[in-house]
Ligand binder design. Structure first.
Ligand code: UDP
Length: 239
């Protein structure tokens, strides 16, 4: 079942259910797209019809961001809960490690994806990382060729939104993998370059606050977030 939150339809799944769905998608011919929208992404989709269309056609739409959960509640259509993209990625890797499925990491500054690959292989014994590529390339062709040559089954595409989702929509078929997941800054976290919020912040739904404290330059991006909840209240009042 999908739940619409301010123009983006989310799958109402727990982390385990979403992982199960990802594993099912991996068994079917691709390309399949998994997106992890937070309030910023929903706001962007409302201003960018191409992006909105890509999200609406995604195979799995996971609510990454406590703001989406609050907005769903305000709208009277509560979701089961937040599923952070990075938790989703890690849980999926737990299940595919040792199965022979092949993971390709695309994105972030040069060297980051390689470091992330090493850390992920240490954290998930038996995981096959079949290739990496940084996210600062000029032409798509060589990247598509690298993914295809690596015979990737899953690609974590970490170019930031909406670039990563548009990249997957344009190149997913040619690159030949079955499952593409747009994961924003996750490679920086997997590589240990960016620290994730401590668990107590995560539990309180304050991961965004921790991120703001660490990267105050994000204030401009985040200042729009209260408007997101105001929009939800407006939509609810209008019925
Ligand atoms: N990035 C990239 N290529 C680009 C622009 C960004 O690989 O052309 C990477 C950037 O290095 C970072 C990630 O994309 O690792 C975006 O991280 P951010 O936390 O801003 O994304 P969000 O999670 O908010 O979508």
């Amino acid at each position: 079942m999908r739940v619409e939150v301010l123009g983006v339809a989310f799958d109402d799944l727990t982390l385990d259910e979403a992982v199960g769905r990802g594993l099912e998608l991996l068994e079917q011919e691709g390309p399949h797209l998994v997106v992890t929208p937070n309030p910023e992404i929903v706001q962007r989709a409302n201003q960018d019809p191409e992006f909105s269309e890509i999200l609406s056609k995604a195979d799995l739409v996971i609510p990454d961001g406590v703001g989406v959960i609050y907005a769903a509640k305000i709208l009277g259509r509560p979701l089961k809960g937040r599923v952070a993209g990075i938790d989703y990625a890690a849980a999926l890797l737990d299940r595919i490690a040792g199965t022979g499925k092949r993971l390709f990491l695309l994105g972030a500054a040069p060297g980051v994806a390689e470091q992330a690959a090493a850390n992920l292989q240490a954290a998930h014994p038996g995981l096959v990382v079949c290739g990496t590529h940084d996210g600062y390339f000029k032409e798509d062709g060589p990247v598509v060729d690298a993914i295809r040559a690596a015979k990737a089954d899953i690609v974590f595409v970490c170019l930031g939104f909406p670039k990563q989702e548009k990249w997957i929509a344009a190149n997913g078929t040619a690159a030949g993998a079955r499952l593409y997941i747009g994961l924003g800054g996750s490679l920086d976290v997997f590589a240990g370059k960016v620290e994730r919020a401590p668990e107590r912040f995560q539990k309180l739904g304050l991961e965004w606050l921790y991120r703001l404290m660490k990267e105050p330059s994000r204030i401009g991006r985040m200042a729009k977030l209260p408007l997101f909840l105001v929009s939800a209240v407006g939509a609810r009042l209008r019925g």
